[in-house]
Design a protein around this ligand. Structure first.
Ligand SMILES: C[S@@+](CC[C@H](N)C(=O)[O-])C[C@H]1O[C@@H](n2cnc3c(N)ncnc32)[C@H](O)[C@@H]1O
Length: 255
């Protein structure tokens, strides 16, 4: 069985860049860039005459990003900045596009993040605010109750580096930007599907994350072992289904 909606991390970040219409020569910002998963596609889109800034408040992911893009940093096509997204050290109206993927749920001050991104945009500039909706993950499993507990537990679990956690952030994005004063807002939604649990699939990684989290959400070692072995049997017999929803708001500043 095949699906055209299969998760592919490289293609996903290219899609984000396409959605915020990044062009050759643009000056663009990755807000909460993490280890830099979007940076390659952003650098390709802006070309030699453009410039990319990756901003994150944590030193460790930034240094991982720096090690991947040594030449681009030396050539001043990429600048990595350690700062909070609520206080970006740049003047108003500098950027053609701000891309912000899977960052909003980590913060309490969501409206302030949107306002700060808007402040950075040139007139006519685009903000792409994107988020997976982790609470909306679809997973076929015989054990309905345990599966629900694991999915909801994972979605709302706050990791040490997050100030907040909100598993429904994808579905909350349209409401977040509705009254933020943009000239236009387009909402995009995608569903990424995996039909197997092979290593390297999003579903495979996700099931590993659920197993790691099981003790924290009060699921015993025996129950999680039974749950995962049943999933493996389902996968071997063609009954496995996993889908990850993603929502994006493309917000255009008044020209
Ligand atoms: C889930 S990661 C997403 C990284 C990247 N955008 C991606 O799609 O792979 C969230 C990132 O947001 C950063 N972050 C969270 N709150 C932040 C804040 N207030 N200011 C700057 N960065 C923040 C974290 O350090 C982390 O690297």
């Amino acid at each position: 069985m095949h699906t055209s909606q299969k998760w592919d991390a490289v293609q996903f970040h290219e899609m984000l860049v396409d959605l915020c219409e990044i062009d050759s020569g643009n000056h663009v910002m990755d807000f909460g860039c993490g280890i830099g998963r979007s940076l390659k596609a952003m650098l390709e889109a802006v070309g030699d005459s453009g410039k990319v800034v990756g901003l994150d408040r944590m030193a460790q992911p930034l240094s991982e990003a720096a090690s991947q893009f040594i030449h681009e940093i030396e050539g001043k096509r990429l600048e990595l900045v350690q700062a909070d997204v609520l206080a970006a050290p740049f003047p108003d109206g500098q950027f053609d596009a701000v891309l912000c993927q899977n960052v909003v749920e980590c913060m309490h001050e969501r409206e302030a993040l949107v306002a700060e991104a808007k402040r950075l945009l040139k007139p006519g500039g685009r903000l792409l605010l994107g988020h997976h909706d982790f609470d909306g993950i679809i997973l076929a499993s015989e054990d309905r109750e345990l599966t629900k507990r694991l999915i909801h537990g994972f979605a709302d679990h706050k990791q040490a580096w997050q100030d907040a956690a909100e598993g429904r952030m994808g579905r909350l994005l349209p409401g977040l930007v509705a009254n933020a004063g943009f000239a236009s807002v387009n909402i995009e939604a995608k569903l990424f599907v995996d039909l197997d649990l092979s290593p390297g699939t999003y579903a495979g990684d996700y099931v590993d994350w659920l197993v790691d989290l099981a003790p924290t959400v009060g699921v015993s070692a025996e129950d999680i072992a039974r749950w995962t072995s049943r999933l493996s049997v389902d996968a071997a017999e063609g009954r496995f289904f996993f889908a990850l929803p993603w929502i994006g708001a493309i917000c255009r500043k008044q020209g």
